[in-house]
Ligand binder design. Structure first.
Ligand code: HEC
Length: 151
């Protein structure tokens, strides 16, 4: 198997995101011989490379399993700004509909930790538990969206 530039970018993104270990674990093992070959790594090097996502995950956002129905109920607290349909109701609030679940979890966790700051969101997330965040992220990511780029 030959790794294309696209494969490398995908791998890099998976590692950098550290978002979904399951995906990374699926993507990486079949590629190990190739990574080995492409990077001229010895066994130790390959080991280090493959354990990177695990290390990243250890510092990554909480990973409770989300419940869509519970998320929908909790999203009542978000609807004034983000809409229950996930389409923004304020000029400076982003759409949440269909955003990747891992990204939503990460964003909410970062507001909660103060890594990412915003007057409104910092107040909103103050009392959210890991479970609330997981539920809200599953709900908003489950909203189906379609896009029509301008011609
Ligand atoms: C009073 C308005 C308001 C409410 C209520 C509110 N938000 Fe926000 N939210 C914002 C604004 C404004 C931003 C953009 C902040 C920034 O620039 O970082 C934002 C950003 C976010 C982001 C980052 C999205 C991205 O694309 O990076 C997430 C996720 C989010 N809100 C989730 C929620 C959830 C879940 C709730 C309900 C529990 C909620 N918000 C309630 C105003 C609000």
């Amino acid at each position: 198997m030959k790794l294309t530039r696209k494969d490398w970018v995908r791998l890099l993104l998976l590692w950098l995101g550290g978002i979904d270990l399951r995906l990374t674990m699926l993507a990486v093992p079949p590629l190990i011989p190739q990574i080995h070959h492409d990077l001229h790594l010895d066994e130790k090097g390959v080991g280090a490379l493959v354990s990177l996502p695990v290390l990243l995950l250890a510092t990554a956002a909480p990973s409770a399993a989300g419940d869509v129905a519970a998320g929908r109920r909790k999203a009542l607290a978000c609807q004034a700004c983000h809409g229950l349909d996930g389409l923004s109701k304020l000029p400076d609030a982003p759409h949440l509909a269909g955003q990747p679940e891992g990204y939503l979890v990460k964003s909410l966790d970062e507001y909660r930790k103060g890594v990412r700051k915003n007057e409104l969101m910092t107040l909103v997330v103050k009392d959210l538990s890991d479970q609330d965040i997981a539920d809200l992220a599953s709900y908003y990511s489950a909203i189906e969206i379609s896009a029509q780029p301008p011609k």
